[in-house]
Design a binder for this molecule. Structure first.
Ligand code: ADP
Ligand code: MG
Length: 703
């Protein structure tokens, strides 16, 4: 039996929580911290000095030797540089550890060493990390010891955002202000703040570390660039929610403990659709903290997997032909006096505030469908979106029967007189208790689905930060709220105006609502008829950040300046180019040094066998046929390899990043597929003992 885990006792022990601050800080300083946390604003320098000392004392008592400003540059992962608390020794040789407000508040990493999209060059390299007082400091225990991690925002010397956190924080301020205007209009005078709640469900794969290390493609690119399907895939539906195997179970136990200690509310765990695929969902929390916590979840998954002789793959599509991984981003808005603006209540038709909020969100998603799609793009997600396993690249909203009916009533008659109710589930078994049904069924194929009291944005990639999707969601909804509030605050008759706005928005933007099968070809056609954008790849979506409409939106709410947007465009193109380029190099390398030599050896064995069999006076037709097939595949591989090398040369010659990215998308991706195809076919006809790398069957079914 495993040891008892005292979850209540260990939860948050590695976090410098408000509770710990209350114990350790003088009352006046604690009150100041609390106020900043609840109402925003800045902590005074004098108080920061006191907080720094208390934070250091707590960290050192808990084994920390170093601290780091923990930040999220545009590399897609977090960054940290460790500094110890060590100070110069006194004359007698004694040394006292210290940590000052200055060190807590500001750090100075070299900004030119992180992607800046031209905002920072090597000769003007200064960048700052700035303490984010709204996300708690925590201890990270790894092989380098226990490190005090201070969540920070990362900006250039001139104040431009160089990370994912800064725009997210700006967007949270915008949505707070605009949401407050809406709730005030509906008579809520008490609310001081509206926060965004986010719960990110994280999918991942676990494979044996030995296998991983023998696959250069996984090591260098995070996904398999070659690999024939295993005889069994996910067709039996026996993995989803299946019994968790022992090795995975012990990984999950350790993962939960580590996460709970760091204050992450790991809640749900289960096997996912594909073999070796799993999911973890925490309980939702404030968006900025949820974003930091999702980074912690991803990092911790990798570390704990390593300790179990496993490797955690967070890539969106590690294995062709089986389900990829995503991250459902559950999003809602809640006032500090406990009202969820996305809660329809029992009778949504009577809940005017909810209907206005809903109408604004529908308008926002329709108006900025392109931006929302962009926010969920990364190179890996190109292999997933629109592949009939993940939502399509077309953004649409699923409302479900109940709300769809209310919207229809409003659009068609101007009034909504009733709401469909769920009723009672009929199981046909008298001993089963009555269960109330929801007013609405689920739809797994929708990218943006209303699920009870929140929207679930399902397009986000598993390896991506949820910073960008939430920044965009907050921004586009803030804009719609702002426009509605502008009208309502001036309206002579509030009731008439709110009625008109709801009807107008729903009528105009209803085209984005789709309750059918998002995976079907028919929807692609239908969406085209409705004029909805279908940005198929990451590269197609990049420029949506700098359209006139986007720049206006972001500048209006102070979320991005035009130059910040331009820099991001450049970084996105660059990251796509670099990612695919590494994939190309890896393919060429594996081909030249692994697959082709193995195939050549096998042809020799077959040829020798033909000679031997014939010398023995027997018919070698079978061996000849086998040799012929292998030789054919080898020839095709050689041709495709030459072609990919040629394309690689062409890529090198293009200097403009956008042109290069499009060239890669339009040519290299196909050339890579062409190289993969004969190689995977060869795998299926070659002696397994001579195959140079672990197969899909080895990797997906051994843990
Ligand atoms: P699913 O059935 O899609 O797995 P769950 O109800 O289990 O959905 O919730 C998935 C995620 O959504 C969890 O992280 C959960 O905490 C989060 N969630 C639930 N309610 C809200 C809400 N009001 N706002 C934001 N996230 C929420
Ligand atoms: Mg979900």
């Amino acid at each position: 039996m495993s040891e008892k885990i005292d979850v209540e006792k260990i939860f948050g022990i590695k976090v410098f929580t408000l509770e710990k601050m209350k114990e350790r800080l003088p009352e006046n300083v604690y009150q100041e911290v609390l106020k900043v946390n609840e109402e925003g604003g800045e902590l005074s320098y004098a108080s920061a000095e006191v907080v720094a000392k208390a934070m250091k004392d707590w960290a050192v008592e808990n084994g920390a030797t170093h601290y780091t400003h923990w930040f999220q540059p545009l590399t897609g992962i977090t960054a940290e540089k460790h500094d110890s608390f060590v100070t110069p020794p006194k004359k007698d040789g004694k040394m006292i550890l210290s940590f000052s407000a200055k060190e807590l508040i500001k750090g100075e990493p070299d900004a030119s060493s992180f992607p800046s999209g031209g905002l920072r060059s090597t000769f003007e390299a200064r960048g700052y990390t700035v303490w984010d007082t709204t996300s708690p400091a925590f201890l990270k225990e790894t092989a380098v010891g226990s490190i005090l991690c201070i969540p920070t925002a990362f900006c250039s010397y001139t104040g431009e955002a160089l990370d994912k956190k800064t725009p997210l924080l700006r967007s949270l301020e915008a949505i707070n202000q605009q949401s407050l205007r809406i709730v005030r209009l509906f008579g809520n005078k008490e609310a001081k703040k509206v926060t965004v709640s986010v719960g990110a469900e994280q999918e991942y794969f676990l494979i044996d570390r030995e296998s991983y290390l023998n696959r250069d493609d996984l090591v260098f690119t995070g996904r398999t660039l070659f690999g024939a399907p295993a005889p069994k895939g996910q067709e039996m539906d026996d993995h989803y929610f299946g019994v968790i195997r022992e090795r995975v179970g012990s990984f999950m136990t350790d993962l939960n403990v580590e996460l709970w200690k760091m204050g992450v509310t790991a809640k749900t765990q289960h096997n996912e659709v594909a073999p070796s695929q799993h999911e973890l969902a925490p309980i939702y929390e404030e968006a900025n903290i949820a974003t930091d916590h999702n980074q912690i979840v991803m990092e911790t998954m990798k570390r704990v997997a390593f300790n179990h002789g496993l490797t955690c793959l967070l890539h969106e599509k590690p294995f062709a032909g089986v389900n990829g991984s995503g991250k459902h981003n559950n999003w809602s808005l809640v006032t500090d006096n406990g009202v969820n603006l996305l809660d329809p209540g029992i009778t949504p038709n009577e809940n005017i505030q909810f209907l206005l909020v809903l109408a604004c969100i529908i308008k926002a998603v329709d108006t900025h469908a392109d931006l929302l799609r962009q926010s969920a793009s990364d190179p890996g997600n190109d292999h997933r979106l629109g592949a009939a396993e993940a939502p399509p690249a077309i953004m649409s909203i699923f409302l479900g029967d109940q709300l769809d009916d209310v919207v229809t009533q409003l659009v068609e008659t101007g009034e909504a007189s009733h709401s469909l109710q769920g009723g009672v589930l009929q199981t046909g078994v008298s001993t089963l208790m009555d269960v109330k049904k929801d007013g609405t069924d689920r739809n797994r194929t929708s990218p943006f689905a209303f699920t009870g009291n929140k929207f679930e944005f399902r397009s986000v990639g598993s390896s991506d930060s949820i910073g960008s999707p939430n920044t965009i969601l907050n921004a586009i909804v803030a804009e719609a709220f702002c426009e509605a509030a502008d009208r309502l605050e001036k309206a002579p008759n509030f009731d008439d105006e709110v009625h008109d706005i709801i009807k107008e928005y729903l009528t105009k933007h209803r085209r984005v609502i789709f309750n059918g099968d998002g995976y079907s070809e028919a929807w692609v056609e239908e969406a085209k008829r409705r004029g909805l954008p279908n940005l198929k790849t990451m590269v197609d979506a990049v420029d949506t950040l700098v359209t006139e409409k986007s720049v206006k939106l972001f500048e209006k709410f102070g979320i991005f300046t035009k130059s910040e947007l331009e820099s991001r465009v450049e970084i996105l193109y660059e990251s796509y180019i670099k990612t695919v380029n590494i994939e190309i190099q890896t393919m060429i390398d594996m081909m030249a040094r692994k697959y082709m030599p193995a195939a050549v050896k096998y042809t020799k064995i077959l040829a020798d066998s033909i000679n031997a069999v014939e010398n023995a006076g027997m018919d070698a037709t079978v061996q000849m046929e086998m040799l012929k097939v292998v030789q054919e595949k080898l020839t095709a591989m050689n041709e495709a390899l030459k072609n990919l090398r040629m394309i690689e040369e062409k890529i090198k010659k293009i200097s403009d990043v956008k042109e290069k990215a499009f060239y890669i998308k339009d040519n290299a991706v196909k050339a890579m597929e062409d190289l993969r195809k004969p190689t995977d076919e060869l795998e299926l006809v070659m002696d397994k003992s001579m195959w140079p790398v672990p197969t899909y069957g080895d990797m997906l079914f051994e843990v």
